[in-house]
Design a protein around this ligand. Sequence first.
Ligand SMILES: C[S@@+](CC[C@H](N)C(=O)[O-])C[C@H]1O[C@@H](n2cnc3c(N)ncnc32)[C@H](O)[C@@H]1O
Length: 163
Amino acid sequence: MELHVRYEGDDDPEKCTARKLARFGLAELHRSTPATPPGIVLNPFAERALSPADADAERLIALDCSWETAQEEAFDLDGPQRSLPFLVAGNPVNYGTPFQLNTVEAFAGALWILGESAQAEEILSKFRWGETFLDLNAEPLRRYADCADSAEVLDVQDDYLVD
Ligand SMILES: C[S@@+](CC[C@H](N)C(=O)[O-])C[C@H]1O[C@@H](n2cnc3c(N)ncnc32)[C@H](O)[C@@H]1O
């Protein structure tokens, strides 16, 4: 699966996971919206959750920006918009926070759900906390990857949401 990033460049470049993926040739950065190719857009505001029904996609697109500037309109990129279901961050900046993943975690979670677990492990292997993300989310990822569609993914997600 090709991984593409609309790169805003407003976050700490030293900690930016998208830049690191690009350095290893594991993702491609695009500095403008028109330059970003179409694909499944990983958008936390999207109504439809990513599911194995999206597995025929050729590309995943993330928006790498700070969470302060990650407003809904910033995700206006070409392609079907999908949110990731309940998963928690394993990185030191947002450890344990649900739904607010960094770019490599969002790609890895999406790849796992789409049946591309080897690629998920490959991209996370470049980060010392990468395995933590998979350890923390092992059960939900397995269950989401077994779903048929977005509605089933949301049903599974309900098991992890506390009232
Ligand atoms: C806001 S940026 C922050 C990136 C961070 N600066 C880094 O270095 O990785 C994270 C991106 O990952 C994707 N993402 C994170 N959590 C998500 C979720 N719950 N659903 C869909 N996409 C998500 C989105 O594309 C989002 O813009």
